[in-house]
Design a protein around this ligand. Structure first.
Ligand code: ADP
Length: 394
């Protein structure tokens, strides 16, 4: 059986086609600039690349072109081979703690949750609705970024705000990147030769977006993103934590509207706000060349991370492992070193040679006597979505 995994954004769409149950990738690709000038589809398969520029006015037209291409290029014999389509959906609110088969009710719930994820849920829903119209007989599965964190206890997910905010407006912490934190914690358990129920770990997903998660015996008990992905760590363009009174102050004295503040905190803050570059590779290059703003951005990034790891170690009460994933977590020995050097107090001891040996595999990087193990585990959110879709349809 083949499973197509879709990650639909507002103007782009990423996909991976899997053959199951072995979860081998047959093709992957990207449709970019949907609804804009110069839209294009890229498909990578069998070490070949297919590129096709065509105007796509919306997700339906873009996905229709993808569905035509897969058999034309011989990647699938026909679309009948496709057993399921798995969708990444950002916000599942309190409604979903597991992946689900999509029906009318699920679509309505994703629609209802749009106010909580105005940038993401509409695009995710567009992908689902387009596929339902194009392949009405193929089951669709929704895998939510929030689902894994639904095990957080109330003391972790409630904000100290008037109760009505929660009861009427659902203001609470939800957490995101759940599929990634779930995947690396399961992979960690396999590598350490234990079950997840025997493990307490902190997982750090450090990409353009970044979040930390405290995982107790396999369950998320605390995570750094909140009602939206804006809370927590310093990210590429997002501020992470800040004093909420800054909003009133900048509204009143900085002549910013609420929309301006929303845009600036999501798109012009984080590493970009501090030094002008949102890409950690550029930040590191500039820092090595002696750029002080880049050095400050790096220091603020690591300092915030350090505070979270310290707090999560205390929250867990016991710590078996610290896991790095995401583009920065997987590739930047420098970020890992800067953090771990300051975590010796927790018995976290890095091995310099293991840390700097390049690899794309899951690997341990702690020193032999380290009380807490340190791991780098490449994430695979799409693989989880493919497996969950196969399991639900199977
Ligand atoms: P996304 O959250 O969009 O999936 P990624 O997980 O790919 O993003 O992470 C992107 C981040 O990873 C960028 O800040 C990029 O600079 C950083 N990154 C990728 N490779 C390296 C590297 N070799 N060293 C440092 N940072 C890296």
């Amino acid at each position: 059986m083949k499973v197509l995994v879709l990650n639909s954004g507002s103007s782009s769409l990423k996909f991976k086609l899997y053959t199951m149950p072995e979860a081998r990738v047959l093709a992957r690709g990207l449709i970019e600039r949907i609804g804009e000038e110069g839209s294009k589809i890229h498909i990578y398969y069998d070490e070949k690349e297919h590129e096709h520029a065509r105007p796509f006015r919306n997700h339906h037209e873009a996905l229709s072109a993808l569905i035509d291409r897969l058999p034309e290029l011989g990647i699938l014999e026909s679309m009948e081979e496709l057993g399921a389509v798995g969708h990444r959906v950002v916000h599942g609110g309190e409604a979903y703690s597991e992946p689900v088969l999509v029906d009318e009710k699920v679509r309505a719930t994703i629609r209802q949750l749009i106010p909580l994820a105005p940038l993401h849920n509409p695009a995710n829903l567009e992908g689902i609705e387009a596929m339902a119209a194009l392949l009405p007989r193929t089951p669709q599965v929704a895998v939510f970024d929030t689902a894994f964190h639904q095990t957080m206890p109330p003391e972790a997910f409630r904000y100290a705000v008037p109760e009505e905010w929660y009861e009427r407006f659902h203001v609470r912490r939800y957490g995101f990147h759940g599929t990634s934190h779930y995947y690396v914690s399961r992979k960690l358990a396999r590598h350490m030769g234990r079950t997840v129920e025997e493990l307490d770990a902190i997982t750090l997903h450090l990409g353009n977006g970044a979040s930390a998660c405290a995982i107790q015996r396999g369950k998320s008990i605390e995570t750094s993103m909140g009602l939206t992905p804006l809370e927590g760590l310093v990210m590429g363009t997002r501020s992470g934590d800040l004093d909420p009174a800054i909003l009133f102050y900048m509204n009143k004295y900085g002549e910013r509207s609420l929309d301006d503040l929303d845009r600036e905190l999501n798109k012009a803050s984080g590493l970009k706000g501090l030094c002008g570059s949102n890409d950690m590779r550029t930040v590191l290059e500039r820092m090595e060349a002696g750029d002080e703003k880049a050095a400050l951005a790096f220091d603020v990034f690591v300092h915030r991370l350090l505070k979270y790891v310290g707090a999560y170690a205390a929250t867990l009460g016991r710590l078996d492992a610290l896991v790095f994933t995401g583009g920065i977590g997987e590739h930047s020995a420098k970020v890992r070193r800067a953090l771990c050097e300051r975590l010796k107090i927790l018995g976290i001891c890095l091995d310099e040679e293991r840390n700097t040996t390049p690899s794309t595999e899951a690997r341990s990087i702690h020193a032999d006597g380290s009380t807490v193990q340190i791991w780098v585990i490449p994430t695979d959110e799409e693989g989880v979505i493919a497996r969950e879709s196969y399991r639900l349809v199977g």
